[in-house]
Design a binder for this molecule. Structure first.
Ligand code: HEC
Length: 170
């Protein structure tokens, strides 16, 4: 290998680094990377919508049908039934989060044990489980349609014997 070749190779490297650096500087001036003050868009249905007004119009039978289609593959609804992939949901409305004794909850859900499943918490959870409890094992994308969440929650009320329909907002 002669030194002319080495010189040329070294020059090539220096020039490419130089060009890369120059493009970086120029692009930074043309498109400064500052974070926008407000996100440019938000995903529809992912805001925490107050659920109470929707519960007034909710349908238990539609909720039961949705629960059968969406939740039943992982959850039981009958008191005393064995837990499935997820815990038994009989009595879930109003109960303390992550509190069905033998079920082994994720740390994500256990960390919320000081709270209970109010209607609003159920709604926010069902909107996007992974956002409500990052790290949860409930692998459901979420139910973006607020009226469907209300129907499902109204149905969940019927699984808590002591809970009159629509009274779980505290
Ligand atoms: C793919 C399986 C799967 C589906 C489908 C599913 N879940 Fe779950 N669910 C889970 C798992 C797993 C957990 C436990 C999560 C954890 O420990 O992080 C859970 C936990 C829950 C909890 C918390 C219960 C408690 O005792 O604190 C509620 C409430 C719940 N699911 C409601 C629903 C509803 C309502 C649906 C239908 C709209 C649904 N889930 C669909 C798997 C599922």
């Amino acid at each position: 290998m002669n030194s002319v070749f080495l010189n040329k190779a070294a020059l090539a490297i220096v020039m490419s680094v130089g060009v890369a650096w120059l493009s970086y500087v120029v692009s930074d001036v043309v498109v400064p990377h500052t974070a926008p003050a407000k996100p440019a868009f938000s995903l529809p249905g992912l805001e925490n919508v107050p659920i109470k007004p929707y519960l007034a119009q909710a349908s238990v039978s539609r909720g039961a049908e949705l629960a059968r289609q969406i939740c039943a593959s992982c959850h039981a609804f009958k008191p005393g039934a064995l837990d499935g992939v997820g815990p038994n949901l009989a009595g879930v409305a109003g109960r303390t989060i992550a509190s069905v004794a033998p079920y082994s909850y994720s740390e994500a859900l256990k960390s919320l044990k000081e709270h209970s499943w109010t209607d609003q918490n159920l709604s926010d959870w069902l909107t996007a489980p992974a956002r409500f409890a990052p790290g949860t094992r409930m692998s459901l994308m979420g139910i973006p349609v607020v009226t469907q969440r209300a129907d499902i929650i109204a149905y969940l009320h019927t699984l808590t014997a002591s809970l009159p329909a629509g009274k779980n907002s505290e």
